[in-house]
Design a protein around this ligand. Structure first.
Ligand code: AN7
Length: 356
């Protein structure tokens, strides 16, 4: 079957009416990839990676954005706006253009990954770099969209959460049940709220007889949910989750408590190590924020949380190409220069032997 995108495929679970345009860039239906090496070392029964970086703009944001933009179009809106650490702006810009709407994005100046910035610019969004952080940008966007004819497409727009819950549906359909543990990075906390809603909805409809434990992971320098209070000046190498006061705070806490899960913090070093392990051992290139899910599971393995039989799904929220700077910086000095001669390359590679 040809994949029709999430508005068509999951229409019965989404706010789709006869008037809703079936907008799509064929988002969703992302791979659920079994681990080859890490699963044994971590001492879990089975480890899967749901690679949301395979969505059309390279992150999970497309699932919620396609719904938010389709509904904005249906309601006759002409301009949409969001604050973003990068991925939301890339997705909003792409879907807005697809739907013929204009798009304004507010980003924290100097703290957005190059791939994401290039997307917003290429799709013709109006890009405003705020001399502040994400939380400042979101405050301004809330004010503008409340007082001017501009539609808000951050995840406080309920259609975003509706669309994002479809990732939980896919996990259940692909695994034919729920995992024991669903691990994901947490920034503004929309995604953990959405997954939990998706699992509960499938449970209520009898599509699964169990619910997973939700394990959310924040960066140590930006972990308000772990500290129990907003962080004034959040800092982390994982710029996507550099957020000090998550909009879906209550949703995250409810997902944690109702599922019997946890929200913990991982250091930047742990995040970058997990990012390298995914790339080197599993063949999966993700952006730093996405690696927080595996970094968290590695931390829990060290703490002896697993019993060798759990099924764990790590959500990999964004593609590694989103943030080429950090990837290259981590591999500084590894490129070897060579003269443009065959023998020079043979010698450098130490191939030796007889000359052909
Ligand atoms: C790769 O784009 O907040 O907890 O403005 O880009 O639902 O916020 C991005 C967040 C995880 C955290 N992984 O998800 C934005 C933005 C990646 C992300 C998160 C983000 P939420």
């Amino acid at each position: 079957m040809r994949w029709p995108g999430i508005l068509a495929y999951f229409a019965e679970y989404l706010p789709v009416t006869a008037a809703t345009p079936l907008l799509t860039l064929e988002e969703g239906n992302t791979p659920l990839i079994r681990s080859t090496s890490l699963e044994k070392r971590l001492g879990v029964g089975a480890l899967f990676f749901k690679f949301e970086g395979m969505n059309p703009t390279g992150s999970f944001k497309d699932r919620g954005m396609v719904v938010a933009i389709a509904k904005a179009k249906e309601e006759g809106k002409e301009v949409v706006m969001c604050a973003s650490t990068g991925n939301t702006s890339a997705s909003a810009a792409a879907y807005a253009r697809r739907a013929g709407l204009s798009c304004i994005v507010l980003i924290p100046q100097g703290k957005i990954a190059l791939g994401k910035l290039s997307q917003a610019l290429m799709h013709g969004a109006r890009v405003l770099a705020v001399r502040g952080n994400f939380d400042d940008a979101l405050r301004i966007v809330r004010f503008i969209t409340a007082n001017y004819p501009v539609a808000l497409v951050n995840s406080i727009n309920p259609y975003r959460i509706e669309g994002q819950k479809t990732a939980a549906f896919e996990v259940v359909e692909w695994l034919e049940g729920v995992p024991d543990i669903l691990a994901l990075p947490v920034g503004n906390a929309g995604n953990i709220t959405a997954y939990w809603r998706g699992f509960k909805e499938f449970f209520e409809r009898g599509k699964t007889r169990a619910l997973p434990k939700m394990f959310g992971f924040q960066a140590e320098g930006a972990c308000p949910l772990v500290l129990g209070k907003p962080v004034e000046n959040p800092q982390t190498v994982a710029t996507a989750i550099r957020i000090g006061n998550p909009a879906s705070w209550k949703g995250a806490i409810a997902a944690r408590d109702e599922s019997g899960g946890l929200i913990d913090a991982v250091s930047d070093e742990e995040i970058l190590l997990a990012q390298r392990m995914l790339a080197e051992e599993e063949g999966l290139f993700v952006e730093p924020a996405s690696a927080a899910s595996l970094a968290g599971i590695m931390k829990k393995a060290r703490e002896g949380v697993f019993r060798g039989k759990e099924t764990v799904v790590c959500i990999l929220t964004g593609h590694g190409l989103k943030d080429p700077d950090i990837a290259v910086r981590q591999n500084e000095g590894k490129i070897e220069e060579v003269e443009p001669r065959e023998e020079a390359v043979v010698e450098l590679l130490g191939l030796g032997g007889e000359r052909p």
